[in-house]
Design a protein around this ligand. Structure first.
Ligand code: TXA
Ligand code: MG
Length: 349
């Protein structure tokens, strides 16, 4: 016999219908109340949608892993409303970490800090550190303020799928598994936060993301080494398959004759009976002639903003191969490259 659970998230699992809620004061309160009863809801941030629970309710936290199909050795980021809440989950915060908080919070930066004893192990996957982030999205801030508790959350996708950047993406992945998705529209940045480990003397960049490395280095006053490989426990999530649509993803390196190489590969795939689509910057769109393209906009910010949505759209429109234009590693370009390398499984042309 199954043991009945007190967790709100496991009530009526079968019958549960997922509602997308417009972000009124009342629906924000509804979501916060549900969190308070040990439930799990999805909420917007400026990076991607999150799947949240009270960080101090282990049953609720475990429910996140179950709903997402996430391996439990992959820790969650704790989302806070205020600097004071950071003190509830972290300790021994260095002067450099405080400087980074002042410069980038609220915003798309996650700091890995020494964790406070009371933070449940299921949040941090048993690590002595905790990832903390203070989102800037106004709907998210209303939600976090109403919860009045640190909220741990991974991205609100099914594990391995591209992260969700609209409420509808969340609904498509998790319909029937959570009661509410708080709708904040399209995420402004569209790629996840940058993760910087400041739990020891030398800051380490664990994940490229919404805040470019150059900006962090300006504030740190030193160069910030990128954690090579990412397979060790420092950032456990990096070893898993990520951001993968059903379609095959190919990703071009960034060089002068990239457009010609991509066009040639596209034509070859068509000859093989494939149905490819090209992700390209607006400036290159016409160069691909009648080939199928998704226009990623004028610059790297728009490319980042549309990337996950376009990977999902490729599946919806039954394209079987995505060929993505490469970008330079300037600014958010580094994060675009990182996500494309991962979603292509390293298939670079
Ligand atoms: O923008 C974001 O960061 C989004 C939104 C929802 O805030 N969240 C997000 O969460 O991307 P998730 O779970 O998809 O990715 C979190 C990453 C994982 O790779 C995990 O291993 C790493 O953060 N992480 C979490 N806590 C950590 C810690 N204490 N030390 C090292 N890495 C950590
Ligand atoms: Mg994720």
């Amino acid at each position: 016999m199954r043991k009945p659970s007190k967790c709100a998230g496991s009530e009526n699992k079968r019958e549960m219908k997922t509602e997308i809620l417009q972000p009124t004061e009342e629906s924000v309160r509804t979501c916060a109340r549900y969190i308070g009863r040990g439930g799990v809801v999805a909420f917007p941030t400026e990076t991607v949608y999150g799947l949240g629970a009270d960080a101090f309710m282990p049953d609720a936290v475990r429910e996140i892993f179950r709903i997402k199909g996430r391996p439990n050795d992959n820790p969650l980021i704790v989302h806070v409303f205020s600097p004071e809440q950071i003190e509830d989950v972290a300790q021994d915060i260095s002067p450099l970490a405080r400087k980074l908080m002042q410069s980038f919070m609220p915003g798309a930066l996650t700091l890995v800090l020494k964790k406070k004893k009371g933070v449940p192990d299921c949040v941090t996957a048993g690590l002595p550190t905790v990832g903390v982030r203070m989102p800037s999205n106004p709907v998210c801030r209303k939600f976090l303020r109403a919860c009045a508790r640190p909220i741990c959350a991974p991205s609100a996708n099914t594990s391995t799928k591209p992260s969700p950047t609209t409420a509808m993406h969340v609904w498509n992945d998790l319909n029937g598994k959570i009661p509410y998705v708080l709708d904040g529209g399209s995420c402004e940045i569209g790629l996840e936060s940058t993760i910087l480990d400041v739990s020891s003397d030398v800051p380490k960049l664990l994940r490229q993301g919404g805040i470019p490395k150059e900006e962090l280095e300006r504030v740190c006053g030193m160069s910030v080494p990128v954690q090579a490989g990412g397979t060790v426990a420092l950032c456990p999530g990096m070893k898993y398959k990520h951001y993968a649509p059903k379609a095959d993803v190919l990703f071009s390196a960034y060089y002068a004759s990239m457009v010609a190489t991509i066009a040639k590969r596209y034509d070859m795939l068509v000859l093989q009976g494939k149905n490819p689509v090209i992700l390209c910057l607006h400036a290159n769109a016409e160069k691909y002639g009648a080939r199928h393209i998704f226009d990623m906009g004028e610059n790297y910010d728009s490319y980042a903003g549309k990337l996950f949505a376009c990977l999902r759209q490729a599946d919806d429109e039954k394209f079987d191969t995505v060929i993505a234009e490469g970008v330079s590693s300037d600014g958010i370009g580094a994060a675009i490259i990182n996500r494309l390398v991962k979603s292509s499984g390293g298939k670079i042309i």
